[in-house]
Each structure stands twice: as structure tokens, then as C-alpha cells.
Design a protein around this ligand. Structure first.
Ligand SMILES: [Zn+2]
Length: 357
């Protein structure tokens, strides 16, 4: 009996100890979430091989994980379901943005961050209504509902929005955005002197041009967004998408893919450099799924040769079911496990930011 009393007396102390330990893990205030659409491990390997094995920004990662990507209804996910998983921590059916199979509308981590007074931003090389960025603000039963998605984009109240999408976010809609307080620019040079938010930069009817035709757009727009969001003392969440890694995989175009990977890698470096100079910043780099079933077999089977060459082969013009890599750098990087589902990655990220619902 005495032992039981002792145990009961000790229990609150033990539990109290745990709570104190958890509280000691500080909330991460600033998060840069980089999503390479369609970027599997083969795409990152191709970047390394074609760069002569010179170190890349990916090599700076302090933790690496392998992430499963299946959607609620398909072992091969599309970008809408995978984007929703990465934005909300919940699986939905393919083609759906932010609505569960039971018709529950989900709230994204970007919306939670906004509601907690953190600064928020989206920077993409596709149109802002496209699946990955839309997963952070939209709730629609089908990703093709661009008019409805545009209405939801206009209501999202994020501080920085940079990408394409004038096809639906036309001049009339832009006037409404100005009425809502947004500064609107139509090229990056025009946006550079603007030093306050909210800011909308619309650069294309739909997708932006391919890399390298769009120049330094993605690294520069990311740096601009970081400069603007860093002004918020409560911190920020910025999502940056290398949107066209996916397009290159769909096109089975190795040269296009390499150009997109190089552009994305330079952007990852910008994010990591920011984390170096702003302690308390976490950089997460991952993909929604792999596109193209890219493999890189030896060009010749004779390994007595000094160099056999490498073929870049695409097994599909669609997505594949393989795990994708995730790279973590900066504050809280050690709080992610090595093997995760994409929903767990998002849930952990929300936990690290102190954004649990
Ligand atoms: Zn995708």
C-alpha cells in the first residue's frame, strides 16, 4: 500500500518533468517550406551528377527523411492531394484541394500561421491557383475550379503572393485586391522598391516561362519575400515551389529538368543562407511526389571501361509512387523522424511552429 502511495505521489512529478521538457523545445518562429513539385531522389541525383559532384545546397541538410506520398484514394498521388497533405497534415482524394473524403474543409498551416499573427507568403513558378500553392488556401472538390480558387486566393489575406495567374486574376480582380489593401506589381523590378505588405506580384497569364528563360526569378522573388516577411516580429511561414520540375518530368525532357533543378537548388541556397543569418529559422525542402519515373542506368554494361556514360530515362509521363526525400536545416531540424508519411511531416511542422489546431 505504501508503495502505491509513493507511486501516486511521484506520478505528478514525473509528468510535470515531461511537460517542462516539452516546453523547453522552443517554437520555431520562421519557416521556409520549399516544395520541388515532382522532385524525387533521382532528380536531385541528376543535379549532383551533372554538376560534377560539386556540393549542392541539398548537401547542407542537417537531417534527411524519406517520405511516403500516397493519397486517400490512390497509391500514386496527384499534386492536389499531395499539396493538401503537405499543407494540412490530412490525406484527401486525388484532384481535391483541402476537403476530406467526408466533406470536411481543412485549414492549412499557412492559414493557422496567419491567424496567429505570423507573416505568410507564397512564391511559385506556376500560376498561384495551381495545385501546390492552392493547397495552402483553397477548399474545392476539384483542382480545375479556377474561378472559385481565384476567389479564395483573393480572400486568403497572405502577405506576399508572387507567381502567375492573370488568366483568372484579371484586371478587375486586381482592382479589388488594391481595394483590399494589396500593392500589385506586374514585374519583379516594379516590386523590388516596395517595402511593405501585402504585396501581389503577377507575372504571367498562367505558368511563368521555363528555366533558364525566366532568369533569376525564383531566387530573387524568394529573397524579396524573405526581406518583406522578416519584418514581422512574430515570425513567418513562406512556401516556395519549384513548380516546373514536375512539368519537365511530364515532358520527359532531361535538359528542361536539369535547368529547373539548378534554379530550385539556387533558391534552396538562398533559404539556407537566410537561416544562417537569422537564427531560429527552419528550412524544409521536400517534394509532393516524383514525376517521370526517372532512372539513370549506366550507358554501357561493360564496367571495365573507365566511364560508361549515364542514360536519363523516364519510365512514365506521369507521376510515380516512390518515396520522396525531405531535407531539414536550421532550428528544429532534429525534431523530424527519418521515415515519415507526408501527413506526419506537415503535422510535425505545425507542432514545431506551435500551430496545433
Ligand atoms: Zn505535383
Amino acid at each position: 500500500m505504501k508503495q502505491i502511495y509513493l507511486l501516486l505521489a511521484l506520478l505528478p512529478m514525473v509528468m510535470g518533468g515531461c511537460t517542462t521538457q516539452e516546453a523547453a523545445q522552443e517554437e520555431v518562429q520562421r519557416v521556409i517550406y520549399l516544395i520541388g513539385d515532382g522532385m524525387g531522389l533521382a532528380q536531385v541525383s541528376m543535379l549532383e551528377i551533372e554538376g560534377g559532384y560539386a556540393p549542392t545546397a541539398f548537401d547542407r541538410a542537417e537531417r534527411v527523411a524519406l517520405v511516403t506520398t500516397r493519397s486517400a484514394n490512390n497509391r500514386v498521388t496527384d499534386s492536389a492531394a499531395a499539396g493538401t497533405a503537405l499543407a494540412t497534415g490530412t490525406k484527401v482524394n486525388n484532384s481535391v484541394l483541402g476537403v476530406t473524403p467526408d466533406s470536411v474543409e481543412l485549414t492549412s498551416m499557412m492559414e493557422l500561421a496567419r491567424d496567429r499573427g505570423r507573416a505568410t507568403g507564397l512564391v511559385v513558378t506556376c500560376y498561384l491557383q495551381h495545385a501546390t500553392p492552392a493547397a495552402f488556401y483553397a477548399n474545392v472538390p476539384n483542382r480545375g475550379m479556377n474561378e472559385q480558387i481565384t476567389e479564395q486566393l483573393m480572400a486568403c489575406n497572405f502577405d506576399v503572393l508572387i507567381g502567375g495567374g492573370m488568366r483568372w486574376l484579371d484586371s478587375l480582380h486586381c482592382c479589388q485586391m488594391v481595394e483590399r489593401g494589396y500593392q500589385v506589381a506586374y514585374n519583379l523590378e516594379e516590386a523590388m522598391p516596395i517595402n511593405s505588405t501585402p504585396l501581389l506580384v503577377l507575372l504571367a497569364d498562367k505558368h511563368l516561362p521555363h528555366a533558364p528563360e525566366r532568369g533569376d526569378y525564383l531566387p530573387q522573388a524568394t529573397q524579396k519575400a524573405l526581406d518583406l516577411l522578416a519584418a514581422n516580429p512574430e515570425g513567418f511561414l513562406l512556401m516556395v515551389e519549384g513548380s516546373q520540375i514536375d512539368s519537365a518530368g511530364h515532358a520527359k525532357d532531361a535538359a528542361y529538368l536539369l535547368a529547373e533543378m539548378r534554379d530550385f537548388e539556387r533558391t534552396v541556397a538562398i533559404a539556407m543562407d537566410f537561416a544562417d543569418t537569422h537564427p531560429g529559422t527552419l528550412v524544409v525542402v521536400t517534394a509532393d511526389h516524383e514525376t517521370g519515373g526517372l532512372s539513370m542506368p549506366s550507358g554501357k554494361s561493360d564496367f571495365t571501361l573507365s566511364e560508361s556514360g549515364i542514360d536519363y530515362r523516364f519510365g512514365t509521363g506521369s507521376h510515380s509512387a516512390i518515396r520522396v526525400p525531405a531535407y531539414f536545416y536550421g532550428a528544429g531540424a532534429d525534431r523530424f523522424p527519418a521515415m515519415m508519411d507526408n501527413t506526419e511531416l506537415a503535422k510535425r511542422l505545425m507542432e514545431v511552429m506551435g500551430l496545433q489546431q
